[in-house]
Design a binder for this molecule. Structure first.
Ligand code: PAD
Ligand code: ZN
Length: 381
């Protein structure tokens, strides 16, 4: 008989530590917070690990539309502590990942065979509230906002059931958090969104966490040439180990990087990926593509209100411009399979994890991230 996992915190408010972004650009503060019990169709999770994603950094800096003060983090792995009424897909004790894009299975995106940008998402823009428009976090008597249906820089979080995926009980929880975003986003952009073809030529702008996962996906798909672009040359040795064949630092080039890519490939690449989040590099990726059949995938999240300006007549030549969120995966259906694939040695996420630090060393983790030293740093609770 299955052993019931009942916690003595069930139904009670939990006081624990969490990192709060009090105002735009301020350093995160580790505070004592109160986490309310989950309401109907919500899940309270005891976090085990969380990755630090570029999107969290954008949010803390105020580059995205978010409400302050909030608890950042969305790349989380944890164990269900308790569930609200009506929750049927997970139970206390289950190992789960948090999902920045939920899957409600009812909206126009979820019901479409290709859609994954669920209408219940809370990224573009982020209200920081649960589906009932309230928050479960309080600190010093003040309401604290959630982020991206997740908030993982906390010992306990509450998320809607539609933003939780149950994963294999054998999953190593100190690592698999990055599958909830970095791996699904990057690897998925290459193998699922672009469907990179054998023998093709690719260029990846940005060789951070997501860009590295894109490189892994291009390599796994049999791309014969993968050009990596980054302004931080410290990223090059690891990128080469993952499959990048040529590294370019735009700051050391005499010509625009897209012109160099064009000359290197003669006709332009089959697949270009942008994993930085800047309009200039998005245009460089677009201009690196083959005019007729090249596909440009935008993975980087640009700052709110930024615009992209393309040469209009050129568009008819046939190139495709495609945005990608979480690798186009229907998140609850597909992301648990990536965990199983990792356990079965079909994908290897280990090279993407360069640092693991205890949660209370969050500031050191952000220093390493800002210094460009990390691919992914995972915080452990
Ligand atoms: P990261 O900070 O680990 O990587 C960014 C990389 O870009 C670093 O290696 C930088 O050195 C490099 N870089 C910065 N500026 C330039 C430049 N001008 N030219 C060339 N290289 C540059 O972040 P990440 O990999 O976690 O995230 C990358 C982007 O992807 C970021 O915009 C994030 O918000 C986005 C993202 N999108 C999704 C999605 O579903 N679409 C999911 C997760 C992250
Ligand atoms: Zn939906």
């Amino acid at each position: 008989m299955e052993r019931k996992f009942i916690t003595d915190t069930s139904g009670k408010t939990i006081t624990c530590r969490a990192a709060i972004a009090w105002k735009t650009g301020s350093t995160l503060a580790i505070e004592e917070v109160q986490v309310d019990p989950p309401k109907a169709r919500e899940v309270r999770i005891k976090m085990i690990s969380t990755g630090i994603c570029g999107t969290d950094d954008h949010a803390v800096k105020g580059l995205l539309s978010v409400n302050f003060p909030f608890i950042p983090g969305h790349e989380g792995a944890g164990i269900v502590e308790s569930i609200g009424e009506g929750v049927s897909s997970v139970k206390p004790g289950d190992k789960v990942l948090t999902l920045a894009i939920p899957q409600c299975r009812e909206c126009s995106s979820c019901l479409h065979p290709k859609g994954n940008f669920c209408e219940k998402q809370d990224v573009l823009p982020s209200s920081g509230l649960m589906l009932d428009k309230t928050s479960r976090f309080t600190c010093k008597g003040k309401k604290i906002y959630h982020s991206f249906r997740a908030s993982t820089f906390t010992e306990y979080t509450v998320v809607p059931e539609i933003a939780v995926a149950k994963i294999d009980a054998a999953a190593p929880m100190d690592k698999v958090s990055i599958i909830s975003c970095e791996v699904s986003t990057g690897y998925g952009a290459a193998v699922n969104s672009a469907k990179v073809t054998r023998g093709s030529t690719c260029v990846v702008f940005g060789l951070g966490g997501v860009g590295s996962a894109i490189v892994m996906g291009c390599k796994a798909s049999g791309a014969s040439r993968i050009i990596g672009v980054d302004i931080n040359e410290e990223k090059f040795p690891r990128a080469r180990a993952l499959g990048v064949t040529d590294c370019l630092n735009p700051r050391n080039l005499k010509k625009p990087v897209q012109q160099v890519v064009m000359e290197m490939t003669r006709v332009g690449v089959d697949f270009a990926f942008e994993a930085i989040g800047l309009s200039d590099t998005m245009i460089a990726a677009w201009d690196s593509c083959h005019r007729s059949y090249g596909v440009c995938l935008i993975v980087g999240v640009a700052s709110s209100n930024s615009q992209l300006s393309l040469n209009a007549p050129d568009i008819i030549s046939g190139r495709t411009l495609k945005g990608v969120c979480l690798g186009d995966y229907k998140t609850r259906d597909c992301i648990p399979q990536l965990v199983t694939d990792y356990l079965q040695n079909k994908i290897n996420i280990d090279p993407l994890i360069t640092h693991q630090l205890p949660f209370d060393q969050l500031h050191k983790a952000f220093e390493l991230y800002h210094a460009g030293k990390t691919i992914r740093c995972i915080l452990l609770f």
